[in-house]
Design a protein around this ligand. Structure first.
Ligand code: 3HC
Length: 308
């Protein structure tokens, strides 16, 4: 059998494609694109919440938030390693991100205005990530699927810690309850946009689903997220900012309004509230860390007896 026949058979049988297997160039390119977008999202995603580490209201909240932000860094490193199994270079991917030639999730281009945002990000953003990424544990590319298993376990801790923080605040003062509702109003629609454009405007979905990289469409996962989240919002006592949200008994799921797709494309193309500061911060961190990378590379060469 040719490499192509083996690849086709592997996908048809729902088996895993591994780094040394033959794969179409388009498959390799799509996997590097998606894994890089995910890795960049994890690293940039450290910024909005990281800004609240020094302002956490208690040592306990600070420790939880520190652990979460540290997890996101680990997810990013994990995913860059998965991209490297496809021949990508981590430094090159970082340059593409900084130069705007690769994407990261739009959600991290919104500001975190109060500590309630930390809870809402955990609950909605990490909740949406779980919805999106649990099916990716069955993605056809082995290293990505295996990375997802650990990442999803940690994301579920993130989602729970966020929801627990919000439950605490909702049991607090009216000012705290107002803070939570304000954060929900600001993060609900951008969270729905994390799942990507609607299926009829998604240039990559059809091929990604044929290659079993994606297991469900953008709209299907978005709907799943809404169905999962509405009862949680009711238990929390917050209102989701969508006047069209209502239970559709016939279909057995919620009807909901349409996200502002023009806003999504604006934010994706760099015109969101925080895009410039997120990328500038990432550029500075890359520059400041250059000496560490050089020292580590020189040390590794010395250890292997390779002349400097
Ligand atoms: N933000 C930024 N870019 C987005 C986007 C968003 N919310 N939604 C779609 N896009 C981009 C896609 O990357 C693609 O651009 P490209 O072709 O230049 O790469 C284009 O818009 C068209 O979208 P498609 O739906 O056709 O693209 P995909 O098939 O790649 O689907 C996706 C988009 C659903 C985000 C998919 O890439 C995916 O599932 N990625 C997995 C990783 C992920 O979920 N990343 C974001 C989550 S953040 C996170 O997990 C951090 C955690 O700590 C919360």
């Amino acid at each position: 059998m040719t490499g192509e026949e083996v690849f086709t058979e592997t996908i048809a049988r729902d088996q895993r494609v591994e780094p040394r297997d033959w794969m179409p160039d388009g498959y390799r390119k799509t996997m590097i694109r998606q894994i890089a977008q995910h890795a960049h999202s994890e690293i940039i995603g450290m910024q909005p919440e990281g800004e609240w580490i020094t302002r956490a209201p208690s040592l306990r909240r600070k420790a939880i938030l520190l652990a979460k932000v540290q997890d996101e860094a680990g997810h990013g490193l994990y995913l860059y390693s998965a991209a490297e199994t496809l021949g990508a270079d981590r430094g090159d991917l970082t340059r593409r991100l900084i130069e705007g030639r690769q994407k990261y999730s739009s959600i991290f281009n919104y500001p975190t205005l109060s500590f309630a945002d930390v809870g809402v990000i955990g609950w909605l953003v990490d909740g949406a990530a779980i919805c999106n990424q649990v099916p990716l544990c069955r993605s056809s590319y082995g290293p990505y699927a295996r990375a997802m298993i650990r990442i999803c376990k940690e994301e579920s801790f993130h989602q729970r810690q966020g929801y627990e923080l919000l439950l605490t605040m909702m049991g607090g003062t009216q000012a705290q309850r107002d803070m939570v509702q304000d954060a929900v109003n600001r993060w609900w629609w951008p969270s729905l946009m994390m799942f990507g454009p609607p299926d009829d405007r998604s240039p990559n979905s059809a091929q990604s689903m044929a290659w079993k990289i994606k297991r469900h469409s953008n709209d299907e996962l978005r709907r799943r997220f809404v169905d999962m989240t509405v009862p949680q919002a009711e238990a929390l006592g917050v209102t989701l900012p969508d006047p069209e949200l209502r239970w559709n008994a016939e279909r057995g799921s919620y009807d909901f309004g349409t996200p502002d797709w023009a806003e999504l494309s604006r934010v994706i193309s760099g015109d969101g509230p925080c895009n410039a500061q997120r990328i500038e911060r990432r550029r500075r961190a890359d520059e400041d860390g250059a000496w560490v990378r050089e020292a580590a590379a020189a040390h590794a060469k010395k250890q292997m007896g390779i002349p400097a």
